[in-house]
Design a binder for this molecule. Structure first.
Ligand SMILES: [Zn+2]
Length: 850
């Protein structure tokens, strides 16, 4: 996952207010450990390159069978569909296996060996198959059922599992290797295939015995689209290794389901290229919801074993490895957010490690180095990947008794609601006070049913998300009281006495302000489904509800239409689901009106369409008052110069979106059919040629403008739309913030929390400009936000300042400027409606009321 973005962030932090052109090189006084370049999507770069519908969209998966053999046991052979040869596959130049070569290789291995099973566990964004290879000794169905029963026992009844001698003797150690999650970090796939092949064909007794007592799982490439295209991101422009608690992408959902189904005790996520091989465990801060003693007591020695295996390869380039826990300072390479595969996997019971193979072959090196040198490097990298995989399998086999016992212990502590253990200094070499992160788990969370939710659809979405992540949620069969509140029957309870309480808490808690603890962080430091996903979630510190409950497999339907026949209907736009509903009704030809408060009126004649939408999206329609008024709202066509995450969400909300950028507009893109311009990335007003500028000016004269972040604010300033001065906070500051809502289209009814990454605020608001939302007096709730070295850009500077503004400027354009990140990585789902409100408002502000 190479992390040089920090160096860039530090450099940018020196620039005050709206850096025009971020520098691209690491400052000379900071060694760039990565040997690599920046990581698009993780920082300010996100604002510079607008997302497009690239040629990748043309890819279509080939038809084939993919039918697995019918068996209860192993092997589970699947005749994989074979993809046509793609001579442009970027792996070819490196001498590595192209994506189209993987299925034939796996089909061949399945034919040759009864130790190899392949299952298709999903498809990539662009439709390519995701493979799970299982290597184990053949099993009869009865044996597989026994293994399944033991695996469930470990999670469901760990006390019984701990007492079960047969389990201890016979449970096959599950190990999971994830390869190539970053598409242009290829060799995890090739190293996996090498190890799979060796295990499948070895004739020695040691291998046979290993496979009799192990299940070795390989997701050989987690990102086929990126592998083919040579991109870090997947086909939708998302970094999958930032998506694990958001699950917005099929690739992250697939491995989530794999880790839950296989319950590995050890896992590796194979990456590149850090110059020197890098093997986790990480430096502090460590995720506060881990039972860290159970993790580090294995992670550290396993890393030492992998380090020794890499050194034993004998390449001069692999003589040593970096282990961040041992070698880096706090904040340099942390395991704080569970957005990374291994950090997520720890909560699912695995000892997770990121491994970075050393030698750069992507980006600039891919294009500039001779093929022989690239292939030499890829060969060494493949050696490193294979060596770490073998070493980790060896560690898991040698220490299988304690690894399984410790997974049992993790789940036992969860069920028992025991406090995390105090980890003493020197628990493993180098463990010190700086490594000690703990929390006090609450006793329960409650997600109220009924009128306790501003958006019942949001509550249902959160429940379904928790269940999909194997968090146990129960539904109250009767009303109950807890902490002085009364809850109706049907309310959801997350009893924190459960095996995966760490993950439940990581998702539902507010998080923590860690700004004072470390000088910097690698990626985001704050997130919270509890605060940002639009559902009301109550925390009960000490008491669990005393009420009969039932396990929840899927949230109850929330769609509703309660209005007398013949009455106009009202939809309150509180959530992205409501925005989707508005666009779905517009698509169905329903004539809608928008009222001043942002509610939408549906005519009585469209009752059937409204009922369909209510059932499909879980939204609620109520009766409008007679003669409800409002302004005609039509389907909005957006021209969007935005980041990939924003493009995805705008489309999910149902808008008709045309991706643009400076280059696209200068090439003659026709804006005449566009209603609203959305700008956050890759669009500069001064850089437009005269024809493009005329097109933009015409759009601004008749339509609306919505901007986000520094690029958007600069566009607003350059085009002279809204009189407001944007001030940039520190560029790597990020997290959950408290906001105070005012008036205006976004401020009315918004959540009291928002999300920032490189926060922005607005001062010197001119005539006609409203502060929809302001940062609270102490803005940061959870995350990392400190001031620049000169004292600017910190949270005290932002306190009380406008975070979102709206108005109609001197050009007559209705505009909304966001200094927050309502669509960031498709995560803060409770904020999506703010963008909908902004667009619907700009669409109706100068229309006559009907
Ligand atoms: Zn990576």
């Amino acid at each position: 996952m190479s992390r040089p973005f920090r160096a860039l962030a530090a450099l940018l932090a020196l620039a005050v207010a709206l850096p025009a052109t971020p520098a691209t090189a690491a400052p000379p006084d900071q060694p760039d450990r990565s040997g690599a370049t920046r990581e698009p999507g993780n920082g300010p770069e996100r604002d510079e390159v607008a997302a497009t519908d690239g040629p990748l969209r043309a890819f279509a998966g080939t038809r084939g069978h993919n039918q697995p053999t019918k068996t209860d046991g192993y092997p589970r052979r699947t005749s994989l569909r074979v993809y046509p040869e793609d001579p442009t596959d970027r792996a070819i130049k490196l001498g590595l296996v192209p994506y189209h070569g993987i299925a034939p290789a796996l089909n061949d291995l399945q034919a040759r060996s009864d130790r190899v099973s392949v299952e298709v566990v999903g498809q990539s964004t662009l439709g390519r198959d995701l493979y799970l290879v299982t290597v184990t000794a053949p099993e009869r169905g009865t044996e597989t059922h026994r293994q399944d029963r033991w695996r469930r026992l470990i999670e469901d009844d760990p006390r019984a599992a701990a007492r079960d001698r047969e389990l201890r003797a016979g449970y096959k150690t599950p190990v999971w290797i994830n390869g190539n999650i970053h598409g242009d970090e290829w060799e995890g796939t090739d190293g996996s295939l090498r190890v799979i092949t060796a295990l499948a064909t070895a004739t020695d007794t040691a291998t046979r015995r290993l496979l009799e007592r192990s299940r070795l799982y390989f997701t050989v490439t987690n990102n086929p689209d990126g592998r083919v295209a040579g991109t870090r991101a997947n086909g939708a422009g998302f970094d999958i290794n930032r998506d694990h608690i958001t699950s917005s992408q099929p690739e992250s959902r697939a491995v989530r389901d794999v880790v839950i189904a296989t319950q590995p005790v050890v896992m590796l996520d194979e990456h590149g290229y850090t110059g020197t091989t890098l093997i986790e465990p990480s430096s502090a801060p460590h995720g506060q919801n881990y039972d860290y003693d159970l993790y580090i007591r294995h992670a550290y020695p396993n890393a030492l074993g992998m380090e020794a295996a890499v050194a034993a390869l004998g390449h001069p380039e692999t003589a040593r490895a970096d282990i961040p826990f041992r070698d880096y300072a706090p904040g340099d390479w942390d395991d704080w957010p569970p957005i990374f595969t291994p950090m997520y996997a720890i909560y699912q019971g695995a000892v997770g490690h990121t491994v970075e193979v050393p030698l750069q072959v992507n980006r600039g090196s891919y294009n500039s180095l001779p093929v022989e040198e690239l292939r030499r490097r890829s060969g060494i990298n493949t050696d490193v990947a294979a060596a770490t995989i073998r070493a980790a399998i060896g560690y898991a086999d040698t220490h299988r008794a304690t690894l399984v016992a410790d997974q049992i212990e993790l789940f036992r502590r969860g069920w028992a609601g025991e406090a995390q253990r105090f980890v003493p200094d020197g628990f493993v070499p180098g463990f010190g006070p700086e490594d000690r992160y703990t929390t006090a788990f609450p006793r329960a969370y409650v997600i109220p049913a009924g009128n306790g939710q501003r958006s019942p659809a949001a509550a249902a979405r959160l429940v379904d998300h928790l269940v999909a992540h194997d968090v146990r949620v129960r539904r109250a069969k009767e009303p109950f009281r807890l902490d002085g509140r009364t809850y109706p029957a049907g309310s959801y309870v997350v009893d924190m006495h459960q095996p995966k309480r760490g993950l439940a808490n990581a998702v539902l808690e507010a998080g923590r302000d860690i700004s004072s603890l470390v000088p910097q962080m690698y990626d985001i430091s704050g997130w919270s489904h509890g605060l940002l996903w639009g559902a009301t979630v109550h925390t009960s510190r000490r008491a669990a509800p005393r009420v009969p409950t039932a396990a929840v497999a899927v949230a109850s339907p929330t769609g509703d239409l309660s209005a007398p026949s013949g009455r106009d209907l009202l939809l309150t736009v509180a959530d992205g689901k409501d925005v989707q509903a508005v666009n779905a009704l517009l698509d169905a030809g329903v004539r809608l009106r928008r009222q001043d408060g942002g509610t939408v009126v549906v005519p009585a004649s469209a009752r059937r369409a409204a009922r369909d939408v209510a059932e499909r999206l879980g939204v609620r329609f109520t009766a409008a008052r007679p003669h409800p008024g409002g302004t005609a709202l039509t389907k909005q066509v957006l021209a969007a110069a935005v980041a990939a995450d924003e493009l995805l969400v705008l489309r999910e909300l149902g808008f008709d979106v045309r991706p643009v950028s400076t280059a696209v507009l200068n090439a003659g893109f026709d804006l005449s059919g566009v209603d609203t311009l959305v700008v956050s990335s890759g669009l500069s007003y001064p850089a437009l040629n005269p024809a493009a500028k005329a097109g933009v000016d015409a759009l601004l004269a008749r339509g609306g403008l919505v901007t986000r972040g520094a690029t958007g604010a600069r566009f607003n300033a350059d085009a002279g739309v809204l009189p407001a001065r944007a001030v940039a906070g520190r560029s790597d500051a990020n997290g959950v913030v408290s906001v105070v809502n005012g008036t205006g289209p976004v401020g009315s009814g918004a959540l009291p929390h928002s999300f920032v990454y490189g926060p922005l605020w607005f001062t010197d608001l001119g005539a006609g400009v409203t502060a929809d939302q302001r940062y609270a007096s102490t803005p940061l709730v959870a995350g990392h936000w400190i001031a620049n070295p000169d004292g600017t850009g910190g949270p005290t500077g932002a306190a009380g300042q406008a975070a979102v503004v709206s108005g109609v400027g001197p050009r007559g354009t209705a505009a909304v400027l966001f200094g927050t990140e309502p669509l960031f990585r498709a995560h803060p789902k409770g904020l999506f409606a703010q963008i909908g409100h902004a667009i619907f408002w700009t669409a109706t502000h100068n229309q006559p009321e009907t």
